[in-house]
Design a protein around this ligand. Structure first.
Ligand code: HT7
Ligand code: ZN
Length: 895
């Protein structure tokens, strides 16, 4: 089956010390020359065959220490040299060709928009030349690029530019040298007609660096935010972790055909245009925030990923979980206030629940450090990234902020320049904090790396009013996941506070302690069940304290807190922890929907107490608008679906729409107030304050349009339409368009046309145009009309399956964000899904596999969707020529 197992790891028999590459770049046939200094490991007998990875290459020549060598090829394209030179260190010279313009997989060397770009993670370098393409082989690279000067005036590779000049026939060359040994996955080259914004900076350490952002001509005006984000990233890593930029020059290049978000190649990051280009007129606040976060993420990889890399791909979370943790912290610090940081945290947890929790309960569930894979590209998952970040965050929680910094320092001291494992990381954090609960429970803590699935945490209290004593009992359990029937107890840090019924924060003193230790603390649950006795709570009142548990989402678990609605309302009003205030609102709304799901009745009228509490949040002085928007938006349909056994997507959709309608009705005057009160008069800034105001104004407008459409009133739809035409920025225009489309307004069609015309061919704006239609609510009068519309859009002149951004915006949005349109009894959505997966798989398996994942959880559906979905998955699985990527996904889905 081609299954690769973590337990089969063995150190490389040969290593590559240095590599000298020359590229004669031509779209049809690029000539690659590679001179490798290879050394045989002390444990490897002389004469051991040398196997070099290769895929889709044509070999022209192969010399060992100047002599011709005999070789053969394995079926997948790898090169076997049965009799390599016997010397311990020798030189191998290789010449081969590859075909960049035929490379639609976008892995290896490919063309896009008339230029050359590379993507080598995870295993793309072997599609450029023969190599030991594994992350524990680290070499020093020298690279010479030769290309037509007029077509490709910019020639870039990793490290420092050493030489450049002209050649015959209108060609030119550039030589680059990267002094840092690196694995092949961090290699990059770019040859294209680009322009750049550049800025010199001086680090805290007093060193000068040149920062550059390369884009296509005409896009330079949209690079200011990316550059500002890069400058902020450099400063933040120095201030927070004492890590400085180690190169004279740091480049970012934007490309519009790209399989993922961006890539951290040493000194030459290559980015999806989505995460570089932004102007107020073309990008939303969320886009601006995404750029800051991804620019930060890739920059932070320079230390966590590049200087210290992964020993093997099973350790992917070593760099990804840690770097996501770092970019989340960066965004929280950049938000500028504690309350804005809390909003950032809520967003991160929301994403974890919306994407990672479902993954962790489906057929692709895997540990943060997986045990096996067929195709490594399928394991760039939200579990490895986002859950991995939570696992790092728990280590931070268990050793404290200063302790975590000590642990990071020790990690760099021990491992700089090495390719290491997740164990090495956790060991360094624990060793730097020998008295911490992490050090005390390290082996058990590491179950977080090894066991898949989201643990359940349940909390119950027993209140003794006379003694002023509260017993809190915490219990954990874990459901089986593929290949893991029985789970061992996790180490779960539970940050908590206790509130009196009047909302006061109570002092926290555990039985046996001399005095209270503040009003918030972290309990560590390591057994299956543990009780904690809080004392000195005599003035908590007759009904006793209300616990506020798992503050800031201190562990990635599903919490059953045992609280009733009155207690949730108390937390919503008074909790000092913003995350738990938001959580209380979400649980109140979610429980209404869950209670109404059985049967086919309408959603009952909302309690006045709940409406009043939501109104109080909406109107509260001094509370961030961004927080209000998050608290007053009900959980999305897929999150509700996670809570039930047999999912009826139509029923969930209908009830959630009824909830939205009730919120629109009951808070009508408040939404009108919110809209007026959050109009901005100053110039556009993508900061936390302004984007919060715009988010809340957009939600208010959605509610007002929904209400107006229900009542046949034309004023608010008219205003929204006007805003689509002349809104001050993309966030406002898109918000208004969404209000019309999701509100089922008759003006939606005209507004969409207008939006398309105004896009004037801007790819990233067109992406939004496709996404809005893919997310459109089914018109009540004509259910079943969205899927045919998506099919028609596949034929639109602006659509192409070759461009991953387009595919994601149209297809993923439809399958993931529009369950009521995707899951139809006529199976129209599923047929479309299968057609697209198969069409994509013929040339871009990575993207095909991403789309394939949208139906992997067909088993949770109720009938008739379940059988129809299964049939579609089986149709894909039965296709005679499937990539390993898609085969692994549909195979696991059907297992
Ligand atoms: N480390 C990068 C991962 C990545 C990637 C992986 C497989 C295929 C294409 C890819 N492009 C980028 C991105 C990151 O996590 O920073
Ligand atoms: Zn990353």
């Amino acid at each position: 089956t081609g299954l690769i197992r973590r337990e089969d790891y063995s150190a490389p028999a040969y290593r590559i010390l240095s590599v000298d590459l020359t590229f004669d770049l031509d779209p049809a046939k690029t000539l690659v020359g590679s001179k490798l200094r290879i050394t045989r490991d002390a444990a490897t007998p002389a004469g051991t065959p040398l196997r070099l990875d290769g895929e889709g290459l044509s070999l022209l020549r192969c010399l060992g220490d100047g002599e011709s060598l005999s070789f053969r090829h394995e079926e997948g394209g790898a090169l076997i040299i049965d009799n390599p030179p016997a010397a311990e260190t020798f030189t191998l010279e290789i010449r081969n060709t590859c075909a960049p313009e035929k490379n639609l997989e976008l892995s290896g060397l490919y063309t896009s928009g008339g230029g050359f770009f590379t993507q080598c993670e995870a295993e793309g370098f072997r599609r450029i030349t023969y190599f030991l393409d594994r992350p524990d082989v680290m070499a020093v690279y020298s690279v010479t690029l030769r290309a037509d000067k007029a077509k490709y005036p910019v020639l870039l590779s990793n490290g420092n530019l050493v030489e450049q000049g002209s050649l015959d026939n209108g060609r030119h060359y550039a030589k680059w040298h990267d002094p840092f040994p690196k694995p092949a996955y961090l290699f990059a080259l770019v040859a294209a007609d680009l322009v750049c914004r550049e800025q010199k900076i001086t680090s805290r350490a007093g060193k000068e660096h040149l920062l550059q952002v390369y884009v296509r001509r005409g896009d330079l005006g949209k690079t200011e935010h990316a550059m500002a984000s890069l400058i902020a990233s450099v400063a933040w890593d120095e201030a927070r972790f004492g890590l400085s930029l180690d190169l004279e020059r740091f480049m970012i290049v934007a490309v519009s055909d790209f399989n993922m978000g961006a890539m951290e190649n040493k000194g030459l990051n290559i980015f999806n245009t989505k995460y570089v280009l932004a102007s107020p007129a073309t990008a939303t606040d969320a886009d601006f925030a995404g750029i800051e976060s991804v620019v930060g993420h890739e920059y932070f990889h320079n230390w966590t990923g590049n200087r210290i890399t992964c020993r093997d791909w099973f350790q992917l979370s070593l760099k990804e979980g840690l770097t996501v943790y770092r970019d989340q912290e960066f965004s929280m610090d950049m938000a500028g206030s504690a309350s804005a940081a809390a909003v950032q945290r809520i967003g991160d947890v929301k994403r974890l629940r919306e994407f990672q929790f479902p993954e962790d309960s489906g057929p692709m569930a895997h540990p943060v450090r997986p045990d096996s894979y067929v195709e490594i590209n399928n394991f760039y998952t939200t579990t490895v990234y986002e859950k991995g970040a939570e696992v790092v965050r728990m280590q931070d929680t268990l050793v404290g902020r200063a302790g975590f910094r000590r642990g990071m320092d020790l990690y760099f001291q021990r491992h700089d320049g090495q390719a290491v494992t997740c164990d090495d990381f956790a060991q360094a954090i624990a060793d730097a904090n020998p008295d911490s609960p992490l050090a005390a429970n390290l082996a058990q803590f590491k179950h977080w790396y090894a066991q898949a699935g989201t643990p359940r945490l349940s909390a119950r209290t027993r209140w003794d009013a006379t003694a002023g004593r509260l017993r809190l009992t915490l219990t954990q359990s874990a459901l089986p996941s593929p290949g893991q029937a029985d789970k061992q107890a996790f180490v779960i840090p539970v940050r908590l506070g206790l509130l009196a019924r009047d909302g006061r924060a109570l002092p926290l003193q555990l039985d046996g302690e001399a005095a209270p230790a503040g009003t918030e603390r972290v309990l560590v649950l390591s057994a299956t069940e543990q009780s904690f006795d809080f004392v000195g709570l005599g003035d908590a009142g007759e009904a006793g304290p209300v616990p506020s548990l798992l503050r800031g989402f201190s562990a990635p678990v599903v919490l059953d807190d045992g609280l009733d609605s009155a207690e949730r309302l108390l937390l919503l009003r008074h909790d000092a922890d913003a995350f738990n205030r938001w959580e209380a609102a979400q649980r109140l709304l979610q429980e209404l929907l869950l209670a109404a799901l059985p049967g086919d009745g309408d959603l009952p009228a909302l309690d006045e107490a709940l409406v009043e509490a939501l109104r109080a949040v909406l109107r509260e002085d001094g509370l961030d608008a961004a927080f209000k928007e998050l608290a007053l938006t009900p959980p999305i349909e897929s999150v509700i679906a996670e809570q039930v056994e047999a999912v009826d997507p139509q029923r969930i959709h209908r009830l959630r729409e009824q909830l939205r309608a009730q919120l629109a009705e009951r808070l009508h005057a408040d939404w009108a107030w919110a809209w007026d009160a959050h109009q901005l008069r100053e110039g556009y800034r993508p900061d936390a304050h302004q984007s919060g105001c715009r988010a809340l104004a957009n939600l208010a407008l959605q509610m007002l349009v929904l209400h107006a459409v229900a009542h046949g009133d034309e004023v608010w739809p008219g205003r929204a339409y006007q805003r689509v035409k002349d809104g001050g920025c993309m966030t406002e225009r898109l918000g208004a368009l969404l209000a019309l489309v999701h509100g089922g307004s008759a003006l939606a069609g005209a507004a969409l046309e207008r939006f398309h015309a105004d896009a004037r061919g801007d790819d990233l704006v067109l992406d939004k145009w496709f996404a809005i239609q893919a997310a459109a609510t089914e018109p009540l009068g004509a259910p079943g009309s969205v899927a045919p519309r998506i099919r028609a859009l596949l034929q639109h002149p602006d659509f192409s399956l070759k461009n991953p951004n387009r595919v994601r915006n149209l297809i993923s949005t439809f399958c993931r964000d529009n369950p009521a349109a995707f899951h139809r009894a006529d199976a129209g959505g599923y047929v479309l899904w299968a057609d697209v997966v198969l069409a994509l798989d013929a040339f871009n398996p990575q993207i095909a596999a991403r789309i394939a994942r949208h139906l992997e959880r067909w088993r949770v559906l109720a009938e008739p969707w379940r059988s129809a979905a299964r049939e579609a998955v089986a149709r894909v699985a039965g296709h005679p020529r499937l990539s390993a990527d898609v085969r692994e996904i549909v195979g696991k889905a059907l297992d």
